[in-house]
Ligand binder design. Structure first.
Ligand SMILES: C[S@@+](CC[C@H](N)C(=O)[O-])C[C@H]1O[C@@H](n2cnc3c(N)ncnc32)[C@H](O)[C@@H]1O
Length: 298
């Protein structure tokens, strides 16, 4: 790390770096807001639950509260227990907030490298904490070999290599139709967390590739140095990644309900009135809006 900082200074002195004069970084210690300046908050929304939570402490950036409401509301509406896993327990408050926000009997699992997290007393018996590193493959295999989660949140070390390893280990454990959420991706622009702008090692660059994965079947040719292994990996990801939603510091990846095994159809509007029965008899795939995620494939 010291070497990297030294290199950064040398590059700066040599004029190889252009400093971003618009940079705004983390708030100073003690700068966290305790109260919300917002009004007209929907009762029981994520913002409301977070704002009124008064047991174990937690801290989330303001935009996250709205992002979570937008993407997790559907789980609430379905009103079926879900399995959520959060990497990074810290003082335990976020696990309690998830358990309050999500449907009754949801299972909340936390992972933290800090053994002190095992001593936290939660107000809900459905919250369980595992001590270990979320990028330690042995730890994951020992404790989570058969586990499946509907929602996975990475709020752990935020070190780029950890974020990538954790994703590669845990994404296969995400239930079809589930969400994988990575917080604090602003760290990926910073050498302190093993990243920098456009660095191939940065976690945000890793996730930018997912746009290519989703569009994999439209790529007519690859650079000659692309290995068969890389192409197979892209195909595998193509079959699973339904969407990637990027926000300031947060990325949300949605897994297909059913692996994508064929190209999307192209639909044309009808020139006459047509009933639902007639449409069905034509064997057109209808999006089922009654399920959590649109089912594109029958
Ligand atoms: C930002 S805090 C988590 C905050 C919590 N999620 C919340 O919202 O209140 C980050 C936590 O990640 C833990 N951590 C750091 N590296 C980790 C790793 N490799 N695996 C699991 N947890 C890790 C730290 O011990 C710390 O408690």
């Amino acid at each position: 790390m010291q070497f990297k900082q030294g290199q950064f200074l040398i590059d700066k002195i040599r004029g190889k770096l252009k400093i971003n004069k618009y940079q705004e970084w983390l708030p100073k210690e003690g700068d966290y807001r305790k109260t919300s300046p917002m009004i007209n908050i929907q009762p029981n929304s994520f913002y409301d639950i977070f704002r009124t939570h008064n047991n174990l402490p937690t801290q989330k950036w303001e935009q996250y509260l709205h992002i979570y409401e937008k993407h997790l509301k559907i789980f609430k509406e379905e009103n079926k227990p879900v399995n959520l896993m959060e990497i990074g327990v810290d003082r335990g408050g976020s696990l309690e907030v998830w358990s309050k926000y999500l449907p009754e009997n949801s299972q909340i699992t936390g992972i933290d490298i800090n053994p002190k997290c095992a001593e936290i007393e939660f107000n809900n018996p459905n919250i369980k904490v595992f001590i270990g590193s979320a990028s330690d493959v042995d730890f994951i295999n020992t404790n989570f070999s058969d586990a499946n989660f509907d929602i996975i949140i990475d709020d752990g070390s935020h070190i780029c290599s950890d974020v990538i390893t954790t994703f590669e280990e845990f994404f296969p454990k995400l239930t079809p139709g589930g969400l994988y959420i990575i917080e604090d991706l602003h760290t990926s622009y910073n050498k302190k967390w093993g990243g920098s702008y456009k660095s191939p090692k940065s976690s945000i660059e890793y996730f930018k590739n997912f746009i290519d994965y989703m569009n994999f079947k439209y790529i007519p040719e690859f650079p000659i140095e692309t290995t068969d292994e890389q192409i197979e990996k892209m195909k595998k990801m193509h079959e699973q990644i339904a969407s990637l939603t990027a926000y300031d510091s947060v990325i949300i990846i949605e897994k297909y309900n059913i692996p994508k095994y064929r190209a999307f159809k192209s639909y044309e509007t009808e020139s006459k009135n047509i009933t639902k029965e007639e449409l069905l008899s034509q064997n057109l795939t209808l999006c089922n809006t009654e399920t959590r995620f649109e089912k594109f494939f029958k």
